[in-house]
Write a protein that binds this ligand. Structure first.
Ligand SMILES: *Cc1c(COP(=O)(O)O)cnc(C)c1O
Length: 467
């Protein structure tokens, strides 16, 4: 006869005892108590389920507390907080796209913690236009008669479609080469249909002619839509009508032409970094397009917004759409956008605006990155723990913009002596200020272009702490 094994349920810790034990722990993340209590309850419950199913082997009480503490830390880490971007991807959608300049953040703090004139006309003391000043600035920087902002570029496109493609004229003509997926489940055809527009696809994936558009025009056509290929490129046997020809066709039939620019540069990208030219809102509007929509947190370098710019009557019409109210921006975002666009206007054409994204894109490998890299390397070499070198790397714009643009850059190449690179990556992700680099072969790389110079010291501290 075998010995009677102890009742496995008796090892399941009591919720209140775990809570008391956690209170005594030092360095527990400052997670609000209701969340901790829920986590303890869920963890104990799943231990019970595990025992019932004969899966879980429950250890000592202290082990159970440690497991639960791990859950608390995991939940705490999932809150939004700063991360060091060592990926070399400047506009990283997973890392919050464009960082904001300090003055922008200061303006957000001022507007956020006090009252403000969001919808107050200080001249009359009456109700004022929300974001009126920002609209003037955006129109100026886009060289457009009028402009406004929405929650993001997807929202901007939906609003434009709602306004221009509805009722008797709900058809939107678009080239098959532009029915793209932007990422994160955002597919142009799906957005269009969700907005109530009827898609009329013309041409072939690689070639669409002006005649294709022309043949598709009917009395039901509401607009001609061009979608900028911002996240992929086509090469080889390709063709499409020029924007000018498309505009002329639209004019001849009294149909507005709209371009979804997505990435939307304001500056001449080729003057900022060794990258191709990305069309600007002003260029596209100057070719006669009636409306453009542009993302605020891609190459624009501001907060998440969508800019709509172009013909004054159309912008005014879009703003009157009932949906506009649901997709409008908050005061903090409007403030951030206002300060960002003022920086563009202050610096004028031909000068690089003082925005973190522009500083990163334009940093010189030899003058800016290498001296920083050498200083970091010297500190790491003195401490041991890594085989470390500086290697040439390739940084990218990212965020679904300019897929062909490769920016020469410089990376720390780290081979940990005591850890696997996977473990190293995990430990860096779990730091209080997490670090995201990338793994190539058997080394861990941190691209210095996307690390703020002010973060070098804490980066070294993290690398030393985990080795
Ligand atoms: C990124 C992108 C969008 C979506 O912009 P969000 O601001 O993220 O909503 C739309 N169209 C194009 C062409 C894009 O590149």
């Amino acid at each position: 006869m075998s010995e009677k094994s102890p009742n496995p349920f008796s090892r399941i810790p009591a919720i209140d005892k775990v809570l008391v034990a956690l209170e005594k722990e030092s360095g527990l993340p400052p997670l609000p108590q209701p969340l901790i209590t829920d986590l303890v309850r869920q963890s104990v419950e799943s231990m019970r389920e595990g025992v019932k199913a004969g899966r879980t082997n429950i250890g000592e009480f202290a082990d159970s507390v440690a497991v639960i503490r791990g859950e608390i830390e995991r939940l705490y880490r999932s809150r939004i907080h700063p991360v060091i971007n060592g990926t070399g991807v400047c506009i990283h959608t997973n890392l919050g796209r464009s960082p904001l300049r300090k003055e922008v953040v200061k303006a957000i703090a001022d507007v956020g913690q006090f009252y403000n004139n969001l919808e107050l006309d200080l001249e009359t003391g009456e109700r004022g236009r929300r974001g009126g000043f920002l609209e003037v600035c955006l129109a100026k920087v886009c060289e457009a008669p009028a402009a406004t902002v929405t929650n993001n570029c997807a929202a901007a496109l939906i609003l434009i479609l709602k306004h221009l493609a509805n009722g008797e004229r709900n058809e939107v003509i678009i080239s098959r080469g532009e029915l793209v997926e932007i990422g994160g489940g955002f597919r142009v055809p799906e957005i269009m249909e969700a907005s109530g527009a009827r898609l009329v696809e013309v041409g072939a994936t690689n070639k669409t002619s002006l005649a294709d558009y022309e043949k598709a025009i009917t009395p039901r056509t509401g607009m001609l839509l061009k979608v900028h290929r911002s996240n992929f490129f086509m090469e080889g046997f390709i063709g499409e009508p020029s924007t000018e020809d498309l505009v002329a066709l639209g004019r001849a039939h009294g149909i507005p032409v709209v371009e979804d620019l997505g990435s939307g540069a304001i500056v001449m990208t080729e003057s900022v970094a060794p990258i191709p030219h990305e069309p600007t809102a002003a260029e596209v509007l100057n070719r006669g397009v009636d409306l453009v929509c542009v993302s605020g947190d891609k190459l624009f370098g501001g907060p998440q917004t969508g800019i709509i710019a172009g013909r004054a009557d159309l912008v005014a019409g879009v703003k009157k759409e009932p949906f506009f109210r649901a997709l409008r921006c908050d005061k903090l975002i409007l403030t951030a956008m206002q300060e960002t666009v003022m920086e563009y206007l202050r610096c004028g054409p031909g000068t690089r605006p003082d925005l973190p994204l522009m500083t990163m894109l334009s940093a010189s490998v030899e003058e800016d990155l290498r001296p920083r890299g050498e200083a970091i390397m010297a500190r790491l070499a003195a401490a041991g723990g890594y085989d470390v070198s500086l290697v040439d790397s390739v940084a990218r714009c990212g965020g679904g913009t300019m897929p062909k643009a490769e920016i020469p850059s410089l990376a720390l190449d780290l081979r940990p002596l005591q850890l696997s690179v996977d473990r190293m990556a995990e430990l860096l992700r779990k730091r209080e200020l997490p670090v995201m680099g990338y793994i190539t072969d058997d080394s861990y790389r941190i691209d210095l272009r996307t690390v703020f110079p002010g973060q070098d010291v804490v980066l070294v501290e993290s690398l030393l702490a985990i080795q």
